[in-house]
Write a protein that binds this ligand. Structure first.
Ligand code: SF4
Ligand code: FES
Length: 385
């Protein structure tokens, strides 16, 4: 096996060398359990059950292996990671082996005491998701009564404990008009960073695309609002802005390129190149219970298959951007074209782009349909306002 401690990092390698590079981050999906039901959830359509989740010791082993592999950051995610009672123990191990820990949370299960305990265990950073600044609309979107009020409290606790805070605000047609207020909210709660991420339409979000898709005009307005706010809030708030693929000219390099910088571990220990990759056919996923993390990263079939650029077809194959965006998103290419090796239709050079972009124009100008919500084990439809 390659000595993982000497692997170079992303900026030191080309796409061809990417098989021998250390990943930067590991997304640890500690559980798929979640009290909210966001209609744009990026977890797979089929969620993993609680009785299949890795044990405390198994997650601690993942943390140790991640550090050995050269990973720098652990993103503790879900579902809702605070639903795990052993979160403190997992964080403690991660901190012991020198990993930077980021808790990605909806916040609603936290108390200030628990947050203090997590900090004591070594938690470095909190990323809190919000659905909207209008409490009624926020609670409707997440299907969780009282959620918005609780999140506001959690944001304040994070700052009272002097921890760095990022507010994450997924943006779509049912909260897009509140973007200026969302920016004010982030400043008011003392966040150092705000992620304004237009919804990406994979997994559950694809089921709700028509209910979530903003018009191109509304999207363009958000570009201007963010530009102005970035300038005005220099030194106070960093704003990360993710545009919707449907209105972009080129796709984004999904996951920073397949198998280049990120590893995703599911609640049951399956190791994925991206959170949605289980939707693709022909991939063999290894489990941390059966194979060392480093070996999976370096040699796992699911990582090798779309790593680098050799797998590409035209127009990507001869495109000067192929090492910039890596052909876009494999999961989106498969979901929309039936072939994961096709160019992501988000790219204006894809022969399918025009028809695909039309869908967004059409859907966004029709009345929004009801959200399709889900619960573990059942799909639930709730009426929009
Ligand atoms: Fe990117 Fe492929 Fe489009 Fe070129 S053709 S811009 S590599 S997605
Ligand atoms: Fe899987 Fe983009 S979501 S590659």
């Amino acid at each position: 096996m390659t000595d993982v401690t000497t692997l170079p990092r992303e900026e030191e390698t080309s796409a061809e060398e990417s098989c021998a590079r250390a990943p930067v981050g590991l997304l640890a999906e500690l559980t798929h359990r979640c009290p909210l039901q966001c209609p744009y959830c990026s977890n797979p359509v089929d969620l993993e059950r609680v009785n299949t989740e890795l044990s405390t010791e198994e997650w601690q082993s993942v943390m140790r292996q991640a550090a050995e592999l050269g990973i720098l950051q652990i993103h503790l995610s879900g579902g809702e990671p605070t639903a795990r009672r052993d979160l403190e123990a997992i964080i403690e191990t991660a901190a012991e082996v020198g990993l930077y820990t980021n808790l990605i949370t909806a916040g609603v299960l936290l108390t200030k005491e628990r947050l203090a305990k997590l900090q004591e265990a070594g938690l470095d950073h909190v990323q809190l998701s919000i659905q909207d600044v209008d409490p009624e609309n926020a609670d409707r979107i997440g299907a969780y009564k009282g959620g918005a009020k609780k999140k506001h409290e959690v944001a304040k606790w994070v700052r009272e404990l002097d921890m760095p805070l990022t507010v994450n605000a997924p943006l779509h047609r049912q909260n897009i008009d509140n973007l200026p207020a969302i920016i004010d909210y982030a400043v008011e709660v003392g966040a150092g960073r705000l992620e304004v991420a237009h919804i990406q339409y994979y997994a559950w979000a694809l089921k709700n695309r028509a209910a979530l898709m903003p018009t191109e005009e509304a999207f363009s307005k958000t570009v201007e609002i963010v530009k102005e706010a970035k300038e005005r809030l220099k030194g106070i708030l960093v704003i990360d802005f993710v545009v919707p693929d449907y209105y972009a000219k080129y796709p984004k390099p999904c996951m920073g390129g397949w198998g280049r910088g990120i590893i995703n571990v599911t609640p049951s220990g399956r190791v994925l190149p991206c959170h949605a990759s289980e939707s693709l056919p022909g991939l063999q996923f290894d489990n941390v219970k059966e194979r060392p993390l480093a070996d999976i990263w370096l040699n796992g079939q699911a990582f090798e298959i779309y790593r680098g650029t050799d797998w590409m077809k035209e127009p990507c194959k001869s495109c000067p951007r192929k090492e910039i965006d890596f052909g876009g998103c494999r999961c989106q290419a498969y979901a929309l074209t039936g072939d994961a090796t096709n160019t992501d239709p988000a790219c204006s050079l894809s022969p399918l782009h025009e028809n695909w972009a039309k869908v967004a124009q059409e859907e966004s100008h029709k009345a929004a349909p009801e959200f399709v919500y889900r619960r573990m084990g059942k799909t639930q439809v709730t009426v929009n306002k």
